[in-house]
Write a protein that binds this ligand. Structure first.
Ligand SMILES: NC(=O)c1ccc[n+]([C@@H]2O[C@H](COP(=O)([O-])OP(=O)(O)OC[C@H]3O[C@@H](n4cnc5c(N)ncnc54)[C@H](O)[C@@H]3O)[C@@H](O)[C@H]2O)c1
Ligand SMILES: N[C@H](C(=O)O)[C@H](O)COP(=O)(O)O
Length: 350
């Protein structure tokens, strides 16, 4: 059997989606969470998994965790072993990854993690896989390797030439779309523009309607400053850019709120008053998310031409090699990618 391009016009509804799972930074906990997830029965009931990563690293991880799994190499467009107990691995590196220090950011492992992502994107674009699920990269390491991106989100947007895309993270009762991602707090006021906030609201609307099937989602738009700026007393971003963006979205029929004090908005969303929230910056949305659901949240890039989900955690260098990394978020990311892929297959065949 070959890793053939899937036929978009004749989808096989019975077949589980084929998902490429990128290893992330080999010096982080990516290999461990992938290996643990591969050993669980759940994963194979959801999808046909293909690990895109370093073969020797995966073999070492299986050994150190004392798991009865066998890593089987897969070359481009080649046979794919799918039985329980085997892990199909596509290693795209020209030479096997050499020795490296686990738990340390380095150019070599950073470069490897970028190669895994690029390979997965190519396979998804060719239709050989139905979507990609990414294990964590280390942003410092990819930058040491000369890949000057703040994260997967922006790299994937460029690789796929997405017109409009952005980061959404879902977990527990919260679905949060981010206007900015990895930026310094001191640069935030200059980076928050009406255009970017409108885009965040549009992407939240897209995800909530198309992926979650909510016909008229209620979207809470977070303010930036304490008490939503208190009429200019604590900042003018609300009046200058956030309110105009919210009003522009409202004029298009989107049920977006005016800017709301962020300290109470997330609690309201958690109780179901909002279907999703647009957060102005990383920690504004990620602190509530990770407080209520760390380990089960899923990061989703909305607006890409390919399916991409990811874990809610990073490379966790402090626990590498200890055998205690939790694969929960990876399993949730696989479930969501498979659900989206199945939905698209059904839509194509109906
Ligand atoms: N999806 C991604 O690629 C992604 C996501 C988040 C962070 N990162 C990157 O990871 C690196 C480290 O970031 P960080 O230290 O802020 O966050 P982190 O998530 O790596 O670690 C934060 C804390 O959570 C713990 N932790 C994380 N994942 C865990 C798991 N699966 N099981 C048990 N404990 C876990 C760690 O041990 C650590 O104490 C950075 O380079 C960051 O940019 C990547
Ligand atoms: N902000 C995310 C988190 O903290 O979980 C993560 O760093 C996302 O990064 P990517 O753009 O690499 O998905």
């Amino acid at each position: 059997m070959k890793l053939q391009p899937n036929k978009p016009n004749k989808p096989n509804k019975q077949e589980k989606p084929l998902l490429g799972i990128t290893m992330g930074d080999p010096a982080g906990i990516g290999p461990e969470v992938i290996t643990k997830a591969m050993a669980s029965r759940t994963l194979r009931t959801i999808c046909r998994p293909l690990v895109i990563g370093s073969m020797p690293v995966l073999e070492r991880t299986i050994k150190s965790l004392k798991l009865t799994l066998k890593a089987v190499p897969v070359k481009d467009h080649e046979a794919m072993p799918l039985s329980q107990g085997t892990v199909a691995v596509l290693d795209p590196l020209e030479a096997p990854l050499g020795r490296f220090s686990p738990g340390v950011a380095a150019a070599e492992t950073g470069a490897a993690s970028v190669s895994f992502i690029k390979k997965a994107v190519t396979l998804a674009q060719l239709g050989c896989i139905d979507g990609i699920v990414t294990a964590p990269i280390n942003k410092e390491a990819i930058n040491l390797a000369g890949c000057h991106y703040p994260g997967h989100t922006e790299l994937l947007a460029d690789l796929t030439q997405a017109k409009e895309s952005g980061m959404m993270i879902v977990g527990g009762p919260l679905r949060i779309m981010f206007v900015t991602t990895h930026v310094a707090i001191k640069d935030l006021p200059g980076l928050l523009t009406q255009d970017k906030i409108e885009k965040g609201i549009r992407l939240a609307q897209l995800a909530l309607t198309q992926l979650y099937g909510i016909r008229k989602p209620k979207i809470g738009v977070a303010a930036l400053n304490p008490h939503a700026g208190e009429h200019g007393l604590f900042g003018d971003e609300e009046a200058r850019v956030i309110l105009p963006a919210a009003r522009a979205a409202q004029a298009q029929g989107i049920l977006a709120s005016d800017p709301l004090p962020a300290d109470t908005l997330f609690g309201k969303a958690a109780k179901g008053q909002y279907d999703g929230v647009v957060a102005m910056y990383h920690d504004q949305g990620l602190i509530p998310l990770k407080l209520v659901a760390f380990g089960t949240c899923v990061n989703l890039t909305v607006g890409l031409p390919i399916i991409r989900t990811s874990v809610d955690h990073g490379t966790a260098f402090d626990i590498v090699g200890k055998g205690i990394a939790d694969p929960g978020s990876l399993l949730e990311a696989v479930k969501l990618a498979a659900k989206i892929a199945n939905g698209r297959k059904s839509a194509r065949s109906s």
